[in-house]
Write a protein that binds this ligand. Sequence first.
Ligand SMILES: Cc1ncc(COP(=O)(O)O)c(C=O)c1O
Length: 455
Amino acid sequence: MTAHTVVTRSAPDAPTAPVSPVPEGLFSARTRQLGTENAFKIGPYIRAIEDAGHKVIKCNLGEPDFALPKHIADEVKRCIDLDMTHYVDPQGILPLREAIAAHVSRTRGLSITADRVVVFPGAKPPIGFSEEAYCNPGDEVIYPSPGFPIYESFTAYVGAVPVPLHLREDTGFSFSGRDLEPLITGRTRLIILNFPSNPTGGVATREQLESIASVILRKAPATARVYADEVYEDILFDGNRHVSIASLPGMEARTIIASGVSKSYAWTGGRVGWAVFPTAEEAAVFKNLNINYFSCIPAYNQMGAKVALESPESRVAIDSMVAAFQERRDVVVAGLNAIPGITCNKPGGAFYLFPNIGGVCESIGAVAAHAKLAPAYRERSSPATLFQMFLLWQYHVATLDRRSFGRIGCDGQHYLRLSIATGLDDLKRGVELIRSAASDRDGFRAFVNEGAHLW
Ligand SMILES: Cc1ncc(COP(=O)(O)O)c(C=O)c1O
């Protein structure tokens, strides 16, 4: 069977025959627009490979590989024992909102009050809620691409127009006001910023933020909000500290500051995130969205989040985690750059690397193999996807492809995202496996011809 005739796929999560067929038109048009986060999608593939007896090196993970610090865990347990297991304020319990207001005020040089804070189950929900709350169909959302996939996914879901701001490797995956300005129109309602960035680790300099702010203040309509996704605010390298666009003159009144406990405290399962809104009126709208969707977030986890923000022990835990990420970054970036056909920037923050694998995609035959796929399959894949899948199924290294971080206009961009939230020995082994895979033309051809796992 040749690559272009390959149509079958036996992924472990492939749907089994339905008991009764789903009638056409069952789902709303809106639901069909919703994208996804592939980080969750490849979990079953990894499990299938592990079930077959192989060790998978997991460079796909979007969560720190550290335990929840003990002082936070102790507080959660204490609060469960106190029976804090009932409905609470849908906006977030006041002690936590006060702790968030104090933390954001101190770290951004602002003066925030608790009535502008809303607590969510993670830093993810305020993204979609903001698109729901601020955008009518036809309004425009500007977001970074590559970027966290939910930005693009939810834009289409609410009927807004996605306007990707394409980030470039040669500018460290950051951007300035000059890049943003042509994208702003009278219909712009949200401008999403994410520094440090997932998936690139890019961090804007203060000068870049100043030029972004000056363009927004000059050109964006008064009804446009900046959505500053600052969930990686604590994970910066080389001694740098996070700078929020909200700290710049005139920007607090335009900016939603979002963050949470998932990354800073290695607590992705805690499901506590928050956003600080420009006004209490806006916070009230989001509180009402919470009421409509999930009522409230468990009080014991909110109390744990309060301790996380207030205890001096948290800084110690964060510093040691960041030092580990920095060491891994240096080792893996050097290892990747030593592989012919791969170049990799040194990220300034977060825990991801975003190597350019364009040379490998050419030399191994991934660009040619992708071009030969039948159109329906070509659309769902990319040369980087083919290499990602080859790496996963044949070499047992899990990564994510460029397409997982915003699809619009990503053709011809050959990148992978590697998470360094896994131990150094595994990472070193992973780099060696990537090196072997990158020169395995015969193995790649056989993998594509077999056609079982092409996306
Ligand atoms: C940029 C960005 N924003 C938001 C989130 C969501 O975080 P949470 O797990 O707290 O919902 C993530 C998670 O990976 C992220 O990378």
